[in-house]
Write a protein that binds this ligand. Structure first.
Ligand SMILES: *[C@@H]1O[C@H](CO)[C@@H](O)[C@H](O)[C@H]1NC(C)=O
Ligand SMILES: *[C@@H]1O[C@H](CO)[C@@H](O)[C@H](O)[C@H]1NC(C)=O
Length: 176
């Protein structure tokens, strides 16, 4: 009975938290640091309805280098400016990562938009597309974050230089 009671409580809490929490994208910025590597042709949010925002990105890859392309994912939280928060991970080879999918934090982020993008593994398509991506609320069950304003910076580099950068901003608001 104790177990059943706990299960019911969790179930009730889950519903309450889902209802009382609003998480949404607030801004997205894309940077072609190396204009011979990428060209973002679309990088924006769409307000679908109250509290529902979708993100769409399109980026042309002009030349995927023979050298490994690394990816850094950095989470930041706003507190008089955005400060590094909890996660700052670097995958030294995007292609190898896409084969192995062996980093828990990166998996959570990438799995959350797996069905909204044409990225599966290398070779990557010449045009990478992410469409109608809503904030993946289920991620917060795996990775609970307190209320606040956040940013996730994704930086792509090769040969020791940053080449492309996507900054996604989102907010989590809990009503108690
Ligand atoms: C990059 O994309 C823009 C459209 O967003 C286009 O006008 C421009 O010609 C493109 N640049 C290159 C080098 O293809
Ligand atoms: C895509 O995945 C998200 C999160 O897992 C899910 O909520 C959504 O229903 C999926 N959409 C489609 C079209 O499969």
């Amino acid at each position: 009975m104790a177990i059943l009671g706990r299960l019911l409580l969790c179930f009730a809490l889950w519903h309450i938290l889902q209802v009382c929490r609003v998480s949404k994208f607030t801004n997205v910025e894309c940077f072609n640091i190396d204009e011979s590597f990428t060209n973002f042709t679309l990088c924006r949010l769409y307000a679908v309805k109250r509290d529902v925002v979708e993100m769409s990105l399109r980026v042309n890859i002009f030349r995927w280098p023979k050298r490994p392309v690394s990816m850094r994912l950095q989470l930041l939280k706003k507190a008089s400016g955005y400060k590094p928060f909890l996660y700052n991970v670097c995958q030294s080879d995007v292609c190898e990562y896409l084969e192995k999918r062996n980093h828990p934090f990166v998996n959570i982020i990438l799995n959350s938009f797996a069905n909204r993008t044409n990225v599966v593994r290398c070779p990557l398509p010449r045009e990478i597309i992410l469409e109608h991506f809503r904030f993946p609320v289920k991620v917060l069950d795996l990775m609970p974050l307190p209320s606040g304003d956040y940013a996730l910076f994704s930086t792509f580099s090769f040969e020791g230089k940053e080449r492309a950068l996507v900054k996604v901003y989102f907010s989590i608001t809990e009503y108690r």
